[in-house]
Design a protein around this ligand. Structure first.
Ligand code: R5P
Length: 291
């Protein structure tokens, strides 16, 4: 079996990332068609040469329906004769609920990991929120792998003229350290207490900087970035920019972050959003390997 027939199969809502990945990896790119029935169920259709490997691409923000459709597409690819099926989910949801925080809750990371691990030979994502586990394969047993966005983010950070990179909390520390090292910049992380879905309290260590870039894996309500920006302003930092890998940005989030004093908000292109400014397809293509 030759791998030359390997195709990238793209859901429409991740088409731009999928085309970039296909181009960078030297593969063809074909659409996954989705039909929604009146009762809310989905039917997906794929087209693959039998015996070829398949790379299915979809960012899984706004996740519930998308997760089901991705599982259906995995099944369709296998029934159509695909050999190895890889899911590339540039954003992988449910990774933050990685423990039973209150009695009666699930460990969503494990439950979703089991589903995906059972459906795919390999699951690649970018900068998964891994706090209590070190590797994605501990949650997604069949070939789960989280690719660091740090090289691409560091290249961007070097262009900003910043003299400090800042993470909001200990969970951001590995990412902040990796970017700081690759960009040749100092880095610090703060301490965050979450008070509600959109409210956080944040403290930073003593610092001296003129221009800081806040780094985080995800922005949702924007509360974390806003609180970090306010703490930086209290510390006398004059210019503040922010970069997040996954631009979830709930309604009003970017306005809230700007109101807290962030001049420029940039994201990686794992989730399509007007703030996208850092391409990560080359990092994913490098892990997928040659033709
Ligand atoms: C949390 O652990 C993540 O790393 C992010 O800091 C968090 O999800 C951001 O959420 P929000 O924008 O709602 O504060």
């Amino acid at each position: 079996m030759t791998r030359s027939g390997t195709r990238v199969h793209a859901f429409a809502d991740s088409a731009r990332f999928a085309r970039d990945l296909a181009r960078t990896a030297g593969r063809g790119c074909v659409p996954v068609r989705v039909h929604r029935f009146p009762d809310g169920e989905s039917l997906v259709r794929v087209a693959t040469p039998p015996g070829a490997d398949a790379i299915l691409v979809r960012a899984l923000h706004d996740p519930n329906a998308k997760l089901v459709e991705v599982l259906l597409a995995g099944d369709a690819l296998r029934r159509a004769g695909a050999r190895r099926v890889t899911l590339v989910a540039p954003y992988l949801p449910y990774m933050r609920q990685d423990a039973v925080f209150r009695p009666g809750e699930p460990v969503s990371q494990r439950a979703v990991g089991r589903l995906l691990g059972g459906a795919f030979d390999r699951v690649l994502t970018v900068e998964a929120h891994l706090h209590r586990i070190r590797r994605l394969s501990e949650a997604v047993h069949a070939g789960g792998e989280s690719i660091s966005a740090a090289p691409a983010v560091a290249a961007w950070a070097r262009t900003t003229g910043a003299d400090l990179v800042v993470g909001p909390d200990v969970e951001s520390a590995p990412f902040v350290r990796a970017v700081a090292r690759a960009a040749g910049l100092p880095g610090v992380v703060g301490r965050k207490d979450r008070l509600g879905d959109a409210r956080v309290r944040l403290r930073l260590p003593a610092l001296a900087a003129r221009h800081a870039v806040i780094l985080d894996d995800i922005a949702a309500s924007g509360g974390t970035l806003a609180a970090t920006a306010l703490a930086l302003r209290r510390a006398g930092v004059r210019r503040i920019d922010a970069l997040v890998v996954h631009a979830i940005f709930a309604r009003g989030a970017t306005a809230r972050i700007r109101a807290a004093g962030v001049r420029r908000i940039v994201s990686c292109d794992t989730i399509p959003h007007p703030t996208n400014g850092v391409r990560v397809a080359p990092l994913v293509a490098a892990v997928l390997g040659g033709r």
